[in-house]
Design a protein around this ligand. Structure first.
Ligand SMILES: [Zn+2]
Length: 330
């Protein structure tokens, strides 16, 4: 890695944005998190992101002209070459020239990348897949996404769809998915799937700590099922076991597709020392084709809420020549 100067990084999410400032050695000097306030519209969000970077520079005593560039993680799909967010449902953005607009605000080159790919790059540089040349980061929360690192760099595929593992079919007649298909990995193994199974159990009248949601099942979340399982609730534990089985089967499909050294599991549903993670790893080892069960490591993400931030910084510090700044008229 080359670090010619200081690097700024942004992780713009649907509800929160995180900014970080990294020194020449790639160390995180300071970070700051604020609400995204996406409902205010594109330009106010970008102005607040730029202000966040300026504040970090001021607080660390670094002149903004010493910034080599800004790497920015944002929910896609997006065109990283052109620096344009094509469509981001979480932010309600469509065709936003994010790199150009941020570059104009801060007068430094800006590179953008999809959030799951940034998280994959971050974990491959500094986290659970540190040192791996081939790694897949899988995030399991409301939905399921992934970022693929091949030969040390981000792999986007021929049409930008590499890593859309949440929508591979694992059950031909499985539950409907938000994508319009049925039986997708996401519809069977995400936080949404956990909550749906719990609602189903309530409909059956099962005896469980979750029974308090019987009147308002819409309020039931995956986290409440995880909490109930941690308190020894048998119904919640069974739901997590079923979900973990599908996670393990999904990971086996990913391992045979990309043959990585490591698969890093992140996202709100994954507790590193929890039964769900352990069961998913066991299912993976039992289901995947030999010899991958003993060769592919399944590890929890290590960078917490900073996976994508570290990856965003690596977009700059990896040393690819930076594009000439664009001037965008809005
Ligand atoms: Zn789907």
């Amino acid at each position: 890695m080359t670090h010619a100067g200081y690097t700024g990084a942004l992780d713009i999410g649907g509800t929160k944005m995180l900014a970080g400032l990294f020194d020449e050695e790639g160390r995180l000097l300071a970070r700051k998190r604020i609400e995204t306030q996406a409902s205010q519209g594109v330009l106010p969000v970008i102005a607040r992101a730029a202000l966040l970077i300026r504040e970090l520079a001021q607080e660390t005593g670094i002149s903004p002209d010493r910034l080599t560039g800004i790497g920015c993680s944002v929910p896609g799909p997006l065109d990283s070459e052109r620096g344009v967010v094509i469509f981001s449902p979480n932010l309600a953005w469509r065709d936003v020239p994010l790199a150009g607009l941020l570059s104009q605000e801060l007068d430094v080159p800006v590179r953008i990348e999809d959030d799951a790919r940034c998280a994959a790059l971050g974990e491959a540089r500094r986290g659970g897949a540190r040192g791996a040349q081939n790694a897949v980061y899988v995030t399991i929360s409301t939905g399921i996404g992934a970022g693929v690192i091949l030969n040390g760099g981000i792999y986007r595929g021929s049409h930008g769809c590499a890593g859309e593992v949440g929508h591979m079919t694992l059950d031909a007649n499985g539950p409907p998915c938000a994508c319009g298909n049925m039986g997708c990995f996401e519809s069977l193994a995400s936080g949404t799937a956990i909550a749906a199974r719990a609602r189903q159990a309530l409909l059956h009248g099962d005896e469980t700590l979750l029974a308090r949601f019987r009147a308002e099942p819409a309020l039931l979340t995956a986290q409440q099922v995880i909490d109930a399982a941690n308190m020894g609730d048998a119904v919640a534990s069974r739901i997590l076991e079923t979900t973990a089985m599908y996670i393990g089967i999904g990971l086996a499909a990913i391992a045979t597709t990309y043959d990585p050294e490591v698969i890093v599991l992140g996202g709100g549903v994954i507790q590193p020392d929890g039964a769900l993670f352990q069961k998913a790893r066991e299912t993976f080892q039992a289901r995947v084709i030999s010899p991958l069960g003993s060769l592919v490591c399944i590890v929890p993400a290590q960078l917490g809420d900073e996976s994508a931030l570290w990856g965003a910084a690596a977009l700059i510090s990896d040393g690819r020549p930076l594009a000439i700044r664009q001037v965008i008229d809005v």
